[in-house]
Design a protein around this ligand. Structure first.
Ligand code: DC
Length: 238
């Protein structure tokens, strides 16, 4: 099992392009983040949550009072992003922007909508490209986003495109927010998800779409364990 994974770990390739990458793309709420993290943990790989970078640009812009329409200034914000991903004492990830803990703010619906807006700007996407590719380190990388397989890591070893019905995605998000004690209406969430899907799929640069060589996985009605296992089986086949 995981033959190429073990081989790479032992022989520790130095050229970045020789480091295996597994990409997860798909719409909001398809389960990408959760499944990507589980697969990364199972393989002992690094993890890139590319959505967090777009969210950080939206937050940094807000803090610097830069309007989400100001392409030039947003690109500068994206280039200068001072961000650190750390683990706290409990092993949970803490995200710091300009030294400040923004872990909670990063996950709000408002930040997600801001991220989707700044992500439409080509100069912002360009500014984040090298930063994303720098996550590719031995023994390997699991990258989660919208354009991981199509644009950022076109040579990935395995490209997974996760989907789920819009209804199920809204329900999942609703449950997540409820568990955090936040009360948001399901109807409002469904509308937000539809708006975000439209923006992410219809933008001209690196829109959300499956790579030609992606493997599809519909997670509707499937458990996290079952989906993770399917992907690990695909990895074992490589
Ligand atoms: O995965 P997420 O919800 O954290 O992403 C937030 C937004 O960032 C998403 O609506 C679109 C954008 N995004 C993107 O355009 N490209 C990526 N690779 C990741 C996210």
């Amino acid at each position: 099992m995981f033959g190429w994974f073990k081989r790479n770990k032992k022989n520790a390739p130095t050229a970045s392009s020789a480091v295996p990458v597994i990409t997860f793309d798909g719409p909001s709420g398809s389960g990408k983040g959760t499944i990507a993290r589980r697969v990364a943990d199972a393989l002992g790989y690094h993890m890139l949550d590319s959505g967090a970078l777009y969210r950080l640009v939206a937050l940094a812009a807000d803090e610097a009072c830069v309007a989400l329409e100001n392409s030039d200034k947003l690109a500068a914000v994206a280039k200068q992003l001072d961000v650190r991903f750390e683990a706290n004492g409990a092993g949970e990830e803490v995200v710091r922007l300009n030294g400040q803990d923004v872990t909670e703010r990063l996950r709000t619906e408002q930040t997600g909508a801001g991220a989707s807006t700044v992500a439409q700007i080509p100069a912002v996407r360009d500014a984040l490209l090298a930063r994303q590719r720098a996550f590719r380190k031995v023994p390997g990388l699991v990258a989660d986003g919208r354009d991981m397989g199509t644009h950022v890591f076109p040579d990935a070893r395995l490209k997974v495109y996760l989907t789920a019905s819009a209804e199920e995605r809204a329900k999942r998000r609703h449950k997540q927010l409820k568990d955090k004690g936040l009360n948001v209406s399901l109807a409002a969430l469904s509308r937000d998800i539809e708006d975000r899907d439209r923006r992410d799929s219809e933008r001209t640069v690196a829109p959300l779409k499956p790579a030609m060589d992606a493997r599809f996985l519909d997670t509707t009605g499937q458990s996290i364990e079952a989906v993770t296992q399917t992907v690990l089986d695909w990895v074992a086949e490589l």
